[in-house]
Write a protein that binds this ligand. Structure first.
Ligand code: ZN
Length: 541
């Protein structure tokens, strides 16, 4: 006796046997009950989830000798012929190999004839999206006015490829991918009925590998049963699946930048006969799960993801130890590198290179950390502001005698400033010429600060660049034998009288620009400082 594969042996013969598609089967049964079944039906969804099975059950339902009925008997001659695939009135056509206009023309001629044995002629066209444009056009004429003795059942994995004109003439039923738990449950029942003796965790692994497809799940079960594997470890060996434990170890090695460990693990997987491309995909999904779990939290994520308790035990220590941005950084890089590994003729080498790159990747500073540091710096700035309260804004008119500028002007006067510009031109011609575009305003704080006006926005921007600011500071040190803060303002800002400020404000501005945190931020974001504003606690400025 020849062996019947499980997928065929367990093919559903009545609507109730179809797993996970109750929304489709219930509707179809009601239509049959109320005699309002459309003459053109489109069944869409992923492969191996029961589209063709439902089409065959439907063919029996409309033709059963005791029908039409929502529950075909599967015993009468007609039902048995359809089950055996020998009914001349029920034709299954593969859309991929009969995709031309000639085949459809032939079909159109045939449908004129009345059925021989059955009540209705049924045409099941699988992978209907493969038909050519001409073939679809030829089909359209028939669908516009289908003969009452004919039913068309189209099945497809890609409904979006069906022309709108065809689509709109069909009743569309969308099949859903099965959840891992549901599929595992289904496989478990078959395991028991067949006396295969597969352990529960191994059955769950098969369900996960099948990715929602009943047929794929049963094919895997066939493979495993033929080998006689019963434990999770044996199943992993037979199917070349790398267990979660190895993925976890590799994930940690990457996050800990442990190149030797990571390369060793990849080598083990390879020697073990594992498929490197598949292993890479598993690694991507492992990090995807880490990122989702980290962002949603364990409780919320568990309801959304098909994870076992064992899986969660593997994930928990990692997500509590590493920050979200580190996990995301690895996931992002893995996804970008995955494509190259799939195309590579030496996938192991490509994966090793990718993992080495991941291990040597400098950890990005999380935006939360950075913002935290900025907040810290801002609060320390406020404390200083409180200790050195701002002088009134209209300081010149309010108290001209108290202005320190008059007392120290001789140390850094406009004349000496002209000499300084010549000095800068010698050492840094670009900076020198930028300074000639600026107008002298005044010095403040005993000559420690110089205020300049810049008329051009572009030159102002260039002068504000960190490199130029640093160089300028160095040159003032050289020339004046002490560091002088040079504060440059755009002329429009000065004209409205709002850009003024005391020496303390200047000092704070320059301190901020020079601070290591700001410099770090500039580096991380490849940024340029365009403006520094100091806020007073005594009101906005
Ligand atoms: Zn029957």
């Amino acid at each position: 006796m020849s062996y019947l594969v499980l997928a065929r042996k367990w093919r559903p013969q009545i609507f109730e046997d179809v797993i996970g598609q109750l929304h489709v089967t219930k509707t179809l049964q009601n239509a049959l009950r109320n005699d309002c079944l459309a003459h053109a039906l489109l069944l869409s969804g992923p492969r191996g989830i029961g589209k063709t099975s439902v089409a065959r059950i439907l063919a029996k339902a409309v033709n059963c000798e005791s029908g039409p009925t929502p529950n075909p008997c599967n015993k009468c001659g007609v039902c048995r012929e359809i089950t055996a695939g020998s009914s001349i009135d029920v034709q299954e056509i593969d859309g991929a190999s009969n995709r031309g206009i000639d085949e459809i023309r032939q079909l159109r001629e045939n449908i004129q004839f009345l059925p021989t044995r059955c009540r209705h002629r049924i045409y099941i066209i699988d992978e209907v999206h493969m038909l050519t444009k001409e073939a679809f056009n030829a089909l359209l004429k028939t669908l516009e006015e289908p003969p009452s003795h004919v039913y068309f059942i189209f099945a497809t994995t890609e409904p979006e490829k069906i022309p709108a004109t065809i689509h709109s003439r069909c009743q569309h039923y969308e099949f859903r991918r099965l959840g891992t738990a549901k599929l595992a449950d289904h496989l478990g029942k078959i395991v028991q009925a067949e006396g295969i003796g597969l352990q529960q965790d191994a059955t769950l692994l098969l369900a996960r590998e099948a990715e929602g497809s009943v047929r794929d799940g049963l094919s895997l079960l066939d493979q495993v049963a033929a080998y006689g594997a019963t434990s999770l470890k044996e199943v992993c060996e037979v199917l070349g699946i790398v267990g979660t434990q190895v993925l976890k170890e590799l994930a940690v090695a990457i996050l800990e930048s442990d190149v030797a460990k990571a390369i060793g693990l990849i080598d083990n997987v390879y020697s073990f006969g594992g498929n490197i491309q598949k292993f890479t995909t598993d690694l991507v999904f492992f990090f995807r799960n880490l990122v989702v779990l980290k962002n949603l939290g364990l409780e919320k994520a568990v309801t959304l993801m098909d994870l076992s308790k064992e899986d969660l035990d593997e994930f928990s220590p990692i997500i509590s130890k590493y920050p979200a941005h580190s996990l995301f950084q690895v996931l992002d890089a893995l996804m970008k590198g995955q494509e190259a590994i799939y195309r590579s003729t030496t996938p192991k080498l490509s994966l090793e290179m990718l993992v080495i790159r991941l291990c040597s990747m400098k950890e990005v500073v999380g935006i939360d950390d950075l913002l935290g540091k900025v907040d810290k710096l801002l609060s320390s700035t406020r404390i200083r502001e409180e200790n050195f309260p701002e002088e009134p804004q209209d300081e010149k008119s309010a108290a001209p005698e108290s202005n320190p500028v008059t007392q120290t002007a001789k140390e850094c006067s406009p004349e000496i400033w002209t000499d300084f510009i010549d000095f800068v031109k010698e050492h840094h011609p670009v900076l020198g010429s930028l300074l000639t575009c600026c107008e002298w305003i005044e010095t403040e704080s005993n000559g420690d600060h110089v205020r300049l006006n810049c008329r051009s926005g572009m030159q102002y921007d260039m002068l504000c660049e960190v490199d130029h600011q640093q160089r300028l500071r160095e040159l003032t040190k050289k020339f004046f034998s002490r560091a002088i803060d040079v504060v440059i303002e755009e002329i429009c800002v000065t004209n409205n009288g709002n850009a003024g400020g005391s020496g303390k404000t200047f000092s704070l501005r320059n301190e901020l620009i020079q601070s290591s945190l700001v410099q770090e931020a500039v580096k991380v974001f490849h940024a340029r400082i365009s403006d520094v504003r100091v806020f007073s606690n005594r009101g906005q400025k």
